[in-house]
Design a protein around this ligand. Structure first.
Ligand SMILES: C[S@@+](CC[C@H](N)C(=O)[O-])C[C@H]1O[C@@H](n2cnc3c(N)ncnc32)[C@H](O)[C@@H]1O
Length: 224
């Protein structure tokens, strides 16, 4: 099968709102000291993944890591994988950098910016082993559904960056969003939905959803 084609940039509304959040002194210190070592600015410059991690290993992209606890725990448990974790939330970036240092992780890089820009302009075709999106902003109101990250155009963009056999794993506690993701991926020519859910760590937003009585859905698709 030919590699999936990147859709034209239709500039959808952003899937995130930059949240004002207090950066603690510990996070500020981590950002100042560790960003030059582990930080990735999201712009339009293509990134050389081998050079970024200093080795050739399977690369996982996590979009929207929040405070990064699950990201760090998974990276520690999977030292054979390299992880680019991207979010726009500054306190979370500081928190994840602290975890990288505390756990002595060498396989994590932290991106600051919109993951769609990273995918479109910085990562080459057939590069990623897995894309993880755990508890994306649900945008529950109908007038905001267009802001949801996972739609047809996004699925095509991810497919163009995944290796054949690579995986897109989306977890959400919003039934309506889960249905949307399933529908988009089931109808997409580049993916097969699979039943087997890979191991992952429970996240902060997941805990909140469970505490509120919501049910968690993991949707996993493999690139053809
Ligand atoms: C609801 S939080 C979930 C955080 C974490 N995954 C968890 O489960 O605890 C969603 C996160 O995705 C980030 N986000 C949303 N759209 C994004 C995008 N296009 N690029 C980077 N981060 C994004 C938001 O800033 C937010 O931190």
């Amino acid at each position: 099968m030919m590699s999936p084609v990147v859709p034209a940039d239709h500039s959808p509304p952003r899937s995130f709102k930059r949240r004002a959040g207090r950066v603690t002194p510990g996070q500020a210190d981590a950002l100042e000291r560790l960003w030059p070592l582990f930080g990735v600015c999201i712009d339009d410059t293509p990134v050389d993944l081998r050079a970024l991690f200093g080795r050739c290993a399977p690369v996982v992209l996590e979009i929207g890591f929040g405070m990064g606890e699950a990201t760090a725990e998974m990276a520690q448990a999977q030292p054979e994988c390299d992880v680019i974790a991207v979010d726009v939330h500054t306190p979370g970036q500081g928190a994840l950098l602290r975890q990288v240092e505390l756990r002595r992780l060498t396989n994590v890089r932290v991106g600051d910016g919109d993951a769609t820009t990273l995918l479109r302009s910085m990562i080459g075709p057939d590069s990623l082993t897995e894309v993880r999106i755990f508890f994306p902003d649900p945008w529950p109101k109908a007038r905001h559904w267009k802001r949801r990250l996972v739609d047809e155009a996004f699925a095509s963009l991810v497919a163009a960056r995944l290796l054949p056999g690579g995986r897109l794993h989306v977890a959400t506690d919003w039934e309506h969003y889960a249905e949307q993701v399933r529908r988009v991926l089931a109808g997409h020519e580049s993916y097969d939905l699979v039943d087997e859910v890979p191991w992952r760590v429970r996240t902060r937003f997941e805990e909140q959803g469970l505490a509120a009585g919501r049910v968690v859905h993991d949707v996993v698709a493999v690139r053809r």
